[in-house]
Ligand binder design. Structure first.
Ligand SMILES: *Cc1c(COP(=O)(O)O)cnc(C)c1O
Length: 840
């Protein structure tokens, strides 16, 4: 490498290239064909590019100028060190410590294939946004040598899963070494042995992602392969991976000298980190209970799906075998440790989500609807608390705009509003900017992005068909529709997501004849693209792919309906950028959030989706279309109705609007909707907004709470534990009764008198809080939330207390009221944390 180009290496080693299009553009320009052949992997690219080409570029003034420009951008980003941007500075305490983020998968870029789907991409977006905000942040994951599988689809529609080992030198990671340049290693106890783990480091802008790897000399062959595959293997392999991630992750951060003040656990996969931190606390001299209380105080847990496959449950014997070394190290009866993952419904097996909920005080779901579903599923954690008031919060997911906004739109905004990256969450800015684009220009821009996407898709499909042995003439005929000519562009519907059955990829095909009629109108050409992987063990998911491929070969669908193989981030970016309509048909309420529709929406595609997940919050009437889920007990009937609604929508509204071309060849009504999609989705459903919500509602409170309980060697935590025990023992005997009469009627201006006598069972009056909860009864008989009034105690006789309304209530109209009591302590993270509540 000539001296003048030596910094290309630095550009290839920081994943900033995953979202900085200027950096990728530079590599692309150096040798476009090679860049594509190398799978957009800069390290491989720089190794393979010919010396002749390099020398040529080193003497090319125009290239050098661009190189210097990109290098300048890179340095500027890199040197804006970890000072939080003004936006965050407002929200962050000066003392906000390090946030440690744990996840089993990370989807940052196709060159680092450590992801399978939504969870991984979200984790990647979270990290990218954290780098952008300059947060003190570190991420921990596993280094899967074989990553997730590459998918091939055969001619008959069967899926072939290829796990290919990577040469780790090809990936944008470096091995972490100690001061003597020897690989830094830690150990993770597994039954009868210690597994040695080494650590890789990936640079994500300002922050580091540490990846744990058991393929180390000294481990036996089976242990070397623990971290080979993402979501491969059986339950035993899974618990081994999760111990390496959770326990190994904590040990790795300690070995690196990092002291997080908040631990963010994503899905139960990483929940063993709580066990390891309890072990540390016990080793430092606390009790198990007080240690757990301290650990939980500084822990945020996010649950990402209601689907059972997302919640690991280990058989009792398996969990017992693997947790035994930890119980021993903690000097704890094994059953006590196992109890953390058990519940009333689930008395023997070990549920990782249950562990995570018990050992965290800050918990969230990933959309409003998902919060309700999860609060119901996990109600056993707070058994007496109404679902609506469950301590479970939600932070709706968002996507990383710089990653998923198409190249063409990014450059367009660079030209017309250069500060747009810093104003991601500014609704007015986006409204005004997008509204100001002339309609015709907006349409042309979208058509040009779509043409690029169809070109990409055509190349992918041609490669796929050739491999399947389809003849050239046939390929050409089949792909004819993907080459639009001006004024006769097809409308493109896309369904791209994992083929999990709840996503119902084939819903649209329930009435195949009707769909065929829609696709085959010569005046209104419509094409339908499907892409996605099914987990290798998911037979029903693979059957969906087969069904789609079979349909795609029927005469009425050939050349109109396509199934693309090997959906990944690179393909995802293309599809979300160029789709006209983004389809999503999940089975309500199983789509926790869904993020691909957000990516499409911010590019100006229109979502046509079941009102589930994020779309329940994002749909505003004019920014896409919604299918209302049917609440029908018969699944067949429900699917039938929803499929019918979907086809009605497409036939009556979506397709006619798209082809309703005005004088200038574009559809003004469509442009209005596409603009609304862009300026409503982009400023809200982005990763920066998501991260700001996490900071405000979870990270900052958890940091404070963790520090508060850890003071004086954890004395407050020990006190809180003792108090909780006292309350739990007394609670079954605590009773409420009304000691004054119930008035027949209260006239306006007259106060409501409430005297409630409470049997305290040895608790003090301050240990309880009594409230009068008022619900307004409307004229139509429906109720709506009213107010909640505090009752103040006076000492009564014989271990009782009398509580009266602290302030007179004066509310006109008809109300229902109920009195409730729950334990109260100033050091609780949430008023209902104990899960105890009693109603009168
Ligand atoms: C965004 C994304 C996903 C997740 O999207 P869903 O809407 O949850 O299906 C999966 N895979 C890739 C490649 C993505 O970019």
């Amino acid at each position: 490498m000539p001296e003048s180009l030596s910094e290309l290496k630095a550009l290839s080693e920081n994943l900033l290239y995953a979202w900085d299009r200027h950096i990728r553009g530079l590599f692309w320009r150096m040798d476009t064909a090679l860049w594509e052949r190398c799978g957009h992997n800069p390290k491989v690219f720089l190794r393979r590019i010919s010396q002749q080409r390099i020398d040529e570029l080193a003497g090319n003034a125009a290239f050098l100028e661009e190189y210097q420009y990109v290098l300048g951008l890179f340095r500027t980003y890199r040197d804006q060190t970890s000072r939080p941007s003004a936006l965050v500075a407002e929200k962050l305490d000066s003392e906000q410590g390090l946030i440690a983020y744990f996840c089993a998968e990370y989807g940052l870029h196709e060159s680092l294939p450590l992801y399978s789907g939504g969870l991984g991409i979200l984790a990647g977006d979270h990290c990218k946004a954290a780098s952008g905000l300059g947060l003190p942040f570190v991420a921990v994951g596993l280094m899967y040598r074989q990553g997730y599988f590459r998918q091939q689809i055969e001619r008959d529609g069967s899926q072939k899963a290829l796990f290919q080992p990577h040469d780790l030198r090809d990936l944008p990671i470096t091995l972490v070494c100690d001061d003597n340049d020897a690989p830094l290693q830690i150990v993770v106890p597994l039954p009868g042995r210690d597994v040695v783990v080494q650590i890789w480091r990936a640079e994500i802008g300002h922050l580091a992602l540490y990846l744990l790897d058991t393929d180390v000399e000294g481990n036996d062959e089976a242990d070397c392969s623990i971290t080979f595959q993402l979501y491969g293997g059986d339950k035993k392999r899974r618990i081994e991976q999760e111990l390496v991630l959770g326990v190994g992750g904590v040990r790795a951060l300690r070995a690196l000298g990092l002291e997080p003040s908040v631990w963010h656990v994503n899905e139960g996969h990483a929940a063993f980190l709580m066990v390891e931190r309890c072990r540390e606390a016990i080793a430092a001299g606390t009790t198990f209970e007080a240690g757990l209380e301290q650990v939980a105080a500084a822990t945020v847990f996010t649950t990402h799906t209601p689907v059972a496959a997302g919640h690991d449950v280990f058989e009792h014997d398996l969990a017992a075998a693997y947790l035994a070394p930890y119980a021993k190290a903690m000097n704890l009866p094994l059953e006590q440790l196992l109890a953390l993952g058990q519940s009333e419904q689930n008395q023997t097996a070990f549920n990782m989500t249950t562990l995570a909920l018990r050992a965290s005080r800050y918990q969230n779901a990933v959309s409003r609807i998902h919060r309700g579903v999860t609060a119901e599923m996990e109600a056993h954690i707070w058994p007496q608390v109404p679902i609506d008031e469950s301590p479970l919060q939600y932070v709706t997911n968002g996507v990383h705009v710089q990653t998923f906004l198409s190249r063409q739109w990014s450059y367009f905004f660079d030209m017309h509003a250069p500060g747009w990256r810093a104003r991601q969450c500014d609704h007015h800015f986006w409204h005004d900017l997008v509204a100001s684009i002339p309609d015709q220009q907006f349409w042309l821009q979208r058509m040009s992005i779509k043409a690029d996407m169809l070109d990409y898709v055509g190349n992918c499909l041609a490669r796929q068909y050739r491999r399947q042995g389809v003849g050239e003439a046939h390929i050409e005929r089949r792909l004819a529709m993907l080459k639009p000519t001006f004024g006769r562009d097809p409308m493109v519907l896309v369904f791209a997501r994992r083929f999990a059955t709840y996503k119902r990829a084939t819903l649209l095909l329930r009435d195949a004849a009707r769909l065929a009629a829609l696709l085959n109108d010569p005046e209104r050409p419509v094409i339908l693209l499907f892409a996605g992987k099914a987990h290798p063990a998911d037979e029903p998911g693979q059957a969906l792919i087969r069904a789609l491929v079979e349909q795609s070969q029927q005469p009425e669908f050939a050349g109109k309906l396509f199934v693309l193989e090997d959906y990944d981030l690179a393909m995802g970016r293309q599809l979300v950028a160029g789709a006209d309509v983004w389809l999503n048909t999940p089975l309500y309420p199983m789509e926790a959030c869904g993020t691909s529709g957000q990516k499409a929406g911010l590019n100006g595609a229109l979502n046509v989706s079941v009102l589930d997940g994020w779309w329940g919050e994002g749909f505003q009437g004019d920014n896409g279309w919604a299918i209302t889920p049917y609440n029908h007990s018969d699944p067949e009937q429900r699917d039938h109705y929803e499929a019918e609604d979907l086809l009605d929508l497409l036939e009556d509204e979506v397709i006619p609007l798209y082809f309703n071309r005005g004088h200038f060849g574009y559809s003004p009504g469509w442009v209005a909707r596409a603009k609304a999609s862009m300026y409503t989705v982009l400023p809200h459903f982005n990763a920066q907004r998501m991260l700001l919500n996490y900071i405000e509602n979870l990270y900052i409170p958890a940091t404070r709470h963790g520090r508060r309980l850890a003071r004086d060697n954890g004395k407050p935590a020990a006190e809180l534990v003792a108090w909780k025990q006292r309350v739990a023992d007394a609670w079954p005997g605590v009773t409420l009764s009304r000691s004054n009469g119930r008035p027949e009627q209260i006239d306006s201006g007259e106060p409501l008198e409430l005297h409630i006598e409470v049997q305290l069972q040895g608790l003090s009056a301050e240990d309880l809080r009594l409230e009068c909860v008022m619900t307004r009864v409307r004229d139509d008989g429906e109720t709506e939330a009213g107010i909640c009034c505090l009752l103040a105690p006076e000492n009564g006789e014989n271990g009782t207390a009398i509580y009266r309304l602290a302030e007179p209530i004066e509310v006109p109209g008809r109300y229902e009221y109920q009195v409730r009591a729950y334990p109260h302590h100033p050091m609780l993270a949430h008023p209902f944390e104990t899960g105890l509540m009693r109603w009168l």
